[in-house]
Design a protein around this ligand. Structure first.
Ligand SMILES: C[S@@+](CC[C@H](N)C(=O)[O-])C[C@H]1O[C@@H](n2cnc3c(N)ncnc32)[C@H](O)[C@@H]1O
Length: 244
């Protein structure tokens, strides 16, 4: 099922108030790690799947990309992207990631930041990416970590005084839909094991180049309340791969 939650006004307003929405890439907790995994964009044709406010599209253009296509299912997100990122070399297309159908070898780089856990079939999207990316092209993506998505409620387990006890991990090997709670709203996400993410990537013809489970930047650990708890479980998985 393709859900367009980000076009829901109340959800969109809450998402727009998150630090990563207001401050851009520097406000994203994983950016210090993701940035290191990105390739040289000079002269490259880039596709960003689930581009949201277009921060990564803009980064690619600022770093020399020849052209960028940002795809997102949410018109509200893309309106904001068009306002925030002004470049005639970025084209935003409103459509589900599941429906992309670009000609063979259209892109040198494909990126996707925190969008693929909204997609039911990782295999289907991998075969579409594999078709439209050049051999030797790079695919870099982040998703919510399988430990984060497994149980489904996406919240800590608390004691009766409201203290965090642990992060629940359950139903790990039961892949599929989760009715997660994000920003106080029910959002449909998909859980996959680490094996599925990595093996399916390899089976689709990619060579894994890098893998990171990002931790918060050292200087944020003691300055932002709650940040130390982020060392108790991984929230994201970042992967870079090359199309062979
Ligand atoms: C967490 S936001 C990430 C936005 C951006 N990539 C970033 O990192 O700042 C997830 C984005 O994925 C988009 N999205 C979710 N499901 C989608 C789908 N099936 N097809 C296209 N976009 C989708 C949402 O509309 C939203 O903009």
């Amino acid at each position: 099922m393709k859900q367009n939650k980000y076009d829901d006004k109340s959800f969109f307003d809450k998402y727009s108030n998150m630090n990563r929405s207001k401050s851009g890439l520097e406000g994203a907790g994983e950016w210090h790690e993701l940035k290191k995994m990105l390739p040289d964009f000079q002269g490259k044709r880039v596709l960003d799947l689930g581009c949201g406010f277009g921060w990564h599209c803009q980064y690619a253009i600022e770093n020399g990309a020849k052209s960028v296509i940002g795809v997102d299912i949410s018109q509200k997100m893309l309106n904001e992207a068009s306002n925030k990122t002004k470049s005639e070399n970025i084209q935003y297309i409103c459509m589900p990631i599941e429906d992309i159908d670009f000609p063979d070898n259209s892109f040198d780089v494909v990126i996707s930041s925190l969008a693929l856990h909204y997609i039911q079939s990782f295999d289907d999207i991998l075969s579409k990416i594999s078709k439209c990316i050049l051999n030797g092209g790079e695919f870099i993506f982040s998703v919510e970590h399988p430990i984060f998505t497994a149980q489904g409620t996406q919240d800590w387990y608390y004691d009766d005084k409201g203290n965090i006890v642990h992060w629940p991990v359950d139903r790990y090997f039961t892949e599929g839909v989760r009715n997660a709670n994000f920003l106080g709203e029910e959002v449909i996400k998909y859980h996959r094991t680490l094996t599925t993410y990595l093996n399916n990537l390899i089976k689709a013809g990619f060579e894994i180049k890098g893998l990171v489970e990002p931790k918060p930047e050292e200087n944020l650990l003691y300055t932002i309340p709650g940040m130390l708890d982020e060392l108790r479980r991984p929230m994201m998985l970042l992967v870079s791969a090359i199309k062979k």
